[in-house]
Write a protein that binds this ligand. Structure first.
Ligand SMILES: Nc1ncnc2c1ncn2[C@@H]1O[C@H](COP(=O)(O)OP(=O)(O)O)[C@@H](O)[C@H]1O
Ligand SMILES: [Mg+2]
Length: 238
């Protein structure tokens, strides 16, 4: 065996140690907190769990997860060495995720809100789908369309994917979070999931509140992961 072959074999051996846990953050609407959620979750996997983590920005319309990285880099924030951030808003996203599974312990995909096609692709490879939704009527309406697409994609997912809705930007000084929770767990006809669109959404117990800490996190590497640490623990508990 020559030196080149030996090195290649070693590289292949180390590269294939992993089979990444793939978390897709998606919702077919802009501004719902996808990019913020994707960043905090990726930091949890990289920094708290210490796993080689890939944060994939698959948002075709805006590139904010990647922008976040660029700004953080420019401002001198130290990017965790085991966190890789890439932009991949392309139609063969599922295939790309598949090829990256062996290199990372966790892959977090910011699926964006503008492309049902990219969202669909990502969900076909997801282990976990996280749908962040703010407690407003308009967001709840978009949720139905998001789950319809997710159900079609899940049917093509060979590993089985679990989906969770997480309430974000919740301001407990208003009645909105309470109302949203009630509507998600006991949806009026046509506004739920399942064949008759009347079944409850799989709502996470952990709530992400409307905090300045999250607003100001863009372009930084926050060390306080706050409610997102609780969220990941909740959703990955056996
Ligand atoms: N939990 C939160 N509390 C307050 N503001 C938030 C929260 N999450 C996100 N935001 C803000 O809402 C806006 C949209 O969030 P972003 O993560 O970019 O959404 P998306 O990627 O879905 O478009 C940003 O200005 C962001 O700072
Ligand atoms: Mg975004």
């Amino acid at each position: 065996m020559n030196e080149n072959t030996r090195q290649k074999n070693l590289a292949e051996a180390t590269a294939s140690v992993w089979d990444a846990f793939v978390i897709v953050v998606g919702m077919l609407k802009g501004g719902t907190g996808k990019t913020t959620s994707a960043w905090f979750i990726a930091l949890y996997y990289a920094v708290v769990l210490g796993l080689p983590t890939l944060l994939l920005d698959a948002d075709a319309s805006s590139q904010s997860a990647y922008d976040w990285f660029k700004v953080a880099q420019a401002e001198g924030f130290e990017i965790p060495a085991n966190l890789v951030i890439e932009r991949y808003p392309f139609d063969d996203l599922a295939e790309y995720i598949r090829t990256k599974r062996a290199e990372f312990g966790a892959i977090v995909v910011d699926a964006g809100g503008g492309s049902a096609r990219l969202f669909h692709e990502a969900v076909t490879e997801a282990n976990l789908l996280l749908v962040p939704v703010a407690p407003t009527k308009i967001e709840r309406r978009k949720l139905v369309a998001t789950f319809e697409e997710a159900e079609r994609a899940a049917a093509r997912n060979e590993r089985g994917v679990t989906a969770h809705v997480v309430l974000v930007k919740a301001d407990d000084r208003t009645s909105l979070p309470r109302t949203a929770k009630d509507k998600l767990l006991d949806p009026p006809g046509g506004e739920g999931i399942g064949p008759d669109r009347n079944e409850p959404f799989p709502l996470a117990d952990t709530v992400i509140h409307s905090w300045v800490h999250y607003m100001e996190a863009f372009g930084e590497i926050p060390t306080e992961l706050s409610e997102y640490a609780e969220l990941v623990k909740e959703l990955t508990a056996a």
